[in-house]
Design a binder for this molecule. Structure first.
Ligand code: PMP
Ligand code: GLU
Length: 393
């Protein structure tokens, strides 16, 4: 069986692999606290579920929709962007996809010829690198010099004449860092000057905490917005990861290329999920704020507990998303493990706490802890990790 050479270096998703492993252990009877995969533990709000049920009952699900999504949904997404980020998209600039994940994949497919590069700030979400490879491009990983953020100097050191795009993810997975207006402006102006497309992954933009001032890439300058494709979706804000609805909002030429790819690759995202997403964007937004507040409380409780774990170093308090990214090199060395990966595996075996090794996000000395879990689980997980580190010493 021949498998394409470009796949030789592509690894399966470490986040999904870890959550699958935890699910298997739990099914076998183990007492697992899964802080690996990033998915809200809340139920999808009732009115959204009801809209989906109504769509099924009224037979709205037996047809294909437009490949890029129902016009009503695209209109609702455009209105949401306008309300939250102040930027006007025509509905035909919105392309609905099977999760934001497929929006990103379609973008890389649309813009990359073989050998073209995409700048990927590190740390960064696990799938960017592999998606760029699958699309035949070259991931150009950029180590961050300012905490978890990259600067123009960092980008200049890695960009080449083949660089076609940069991914800026704010709030960021895995660190929860949020770029300021000034930081974004410097990076965005640099990209515009170089003719590099900005891929703004803002899937966590509703989840910002403790008064942090969030600024979207679309709120800077019209020239920057015209050079940007926004990626987002309902997974995180509305507790809808399983429904698989994301989108790209793009300049017309790119939106049209994305539509073409989708028309051949997946066809429309599931109709029932699209009806649910219309309700998500147009219905009562209070559940989004309630969940945001719950995440904020968890962060404020869990962060000091993680900070107090011997050998865990925290660079900065996260400002958004629902992850803590901790440098655990000292703990790993003190316990005599040969890598963070073996430390994480032993932690799971012995305590039932599942984390994701930082290698998946380009920083091998780190682990990612998701706090999209109930408070009791978070407190118990911190205790188990602390006991593990102390008793193994
Ligand atoms: N971008 C980032 C930064 C993410 O963490 C995720 C996590 N799932 C996605 C995109 C994709 O989300 P989804 O496909 O569920 O919309
Ligand atoms: N984005 C989430 C995470 O980082 C979901 C899993 C995935 O798609 O990677 O855990």
């Amino acid at each position: 069986m021949h498998i394409a050479k470009k796949l030789a270096r592509v690894n399966p998703s470490a986040t999904l692999a870890m959550s699958q492993k935890s699910a298997q252990l739990r099914a076998a009877g183990a007492d697992i606290i899964d802080l690996s995969v990033g998915q809200p533990d809340f139920k999808t709000p009732e009115p959204i579920a009801a809209a989906a049920i109504a769509a099924i009952s009224s037979g709205k699900t037996s047809y294909y929709t437009a490949a890029s999504g129902l016009p009503e949904l695209r209109k609702a997404i455009a209105a949401d962007i306008k309300a939250k980020k102040g930027y006007d998209y025509a509905p035909d600039q919105i392309v609905v996809t099977n999760g934001a994940k497929f929006a990103l994949y379609a973008i890389f497919t649309a813009i990359l010829d073989p050998g073209d590069g995409v700048l990927l700030p590190q740390p960064g979400w696990v799938s960017y690198t592999e998606q760029v490879r699958i699309a035949g491009g070259v991931p150009q990983e950029v180590p961050a010099s300012d905490g978890f953020k990259v600067t123009v100097d960092d980008l200049d050191a890695v960009a080449t004449k083949n660089t076609k795009a940069i991914v800026i993810n704010s709030p960021q997975n895995p660190s929860g860092t949020v770029y300021t207006r000034q930081e974004l402006t410097l990076i965005a102006n640099w990209a515009v000057r170089k003719g590099i497309l900005i891929i703004a992954d803002e899937i966590y933009s509703d989840l910002v905490y403790n008064g942090t001032d969030y600024v979207s890439m679309l709120q800077l300058d019209p020239q920057i917005s015209a050079n940007t494709v926004l990626v987002s979706g309902v997974s995180k804000s509305y507790a809808m990861t399983g429904w698989r609805i994301g989108y790209a909002a793009a300049p017309k030429k790119l939106a049209s290329a994305l539509s073409t790819i989708i028309s051949h690759a997946t066809g429309n995202a599931a109709a029932v999920s699209q009806y649910a997403a219309i309700e998500a964007y147009t219905g009562d937004q209070q559940p989004v704020e309630d969940m945001r507040q719950a995440f904020e409380k968890r962060l404020n409780t869990f962060y000091p507990l993680v900070k107090a774990i011997p050998g865990f170093k925290l660079v900065e308090k996260p400002q958004g998303a629902f992850y803590i990214f901790a440098n655990v090199r000292d703990a790993v060395n003190a316990l005599g493990y040969d890598s963070v990966d073996t430390f994480v595996a032993a932690l799971l075996d012995e305590t039932g706490v599942a984390l994701v090794p930082g290698r998946a996000f380009g920083m091998p000395d780190y682990v990612r802890l998701s706090y999209a879990k109930g408070m009791d689980d978070l407190v118990e997980a911190a205790k188990r990790i602390t006991d593990f580190v102390n008793t193994s010493n």
